[in-house]
Design a protein around this ligand. Sequence first.
Ligand SMILES: C[S@@+](CC[C@H](N)C(=O)[O-])C[C@H]1O[C@@H](n2cnc3c(N)ncnc32)[C@H](O)[C@@H]1O
Length: 208
Amino acid sequence: MATYKRPDHFTKAAKARGYPARSVFKLEEIDRRVRLLRPGQRVLDLGCAPGSWALYACDRIGLSGRLLAVDLQPIAQMLPANATFLQGDVLVVAETELAAYAPYDVVLSDMAPNTTGNRLADQARSYHLYVFALSIAAKLGGQGSSFVGKIFMGPDFELAREETRKHFDQVRLLRPEGVRANSFEIFVVGLGKRESPRLPGSSRSEPG
Ligand SMILES: C[S@@+](CC[C@H](N)C(=O)[O-])C[C@H]1O[C@@H](n2cnc3c(N)ncnc32)[C@H](O)[C@@H]1O
């Protein structure tokens, strides 16, 4: 039987502001802390359903910006005119479809696997989604662009951070207030995408 979870403070506040999910507060905090989104940007939102990040980002980039939002699931949320929704599995959808507005200024991934309760297996699947999103950001992000990716903390986390450092000048780890206390998710933020990836063994410009 499905268990009913009482809406918490963040969920109620999100609904009051017209967002379908509390996740909006995570992106809002990340945006405030790293100055991510600006008018006119091109944004790719991977794992967008039910649509809170997409709505927030569309508002920040304005009508001169463009956003492509992708998810396995359909979304009920109407998106503004500067957004396009693509239903599909990011892992298999043609790269040309993801490249609709490339080069992107910002690539977002809030993708998460359906959790099974087996923590190691869930972490491994989250790592896989994270690394895939990072590879898309590496290919379709413009020079100097930014990346935000969600990952479940686990044994592969350091590998994910190292991989991110190859592509971005600065790598920051953020756990916004909106993350539930019992969640082991964290957001890795890459800023300043390099023209070409840093080669293994070369010195780091940023400790992260
Ligand atoms: C936490 S939700 C995203 C919430 C969203 N950022 C928002 O603010 O409304 C994670 C989403 O990732 C999607 N997802 C997981 N794996 C995916 C994949 N391989 N391709 C596309 N979407 C995926 C799920 O369907 C789910 O809707």
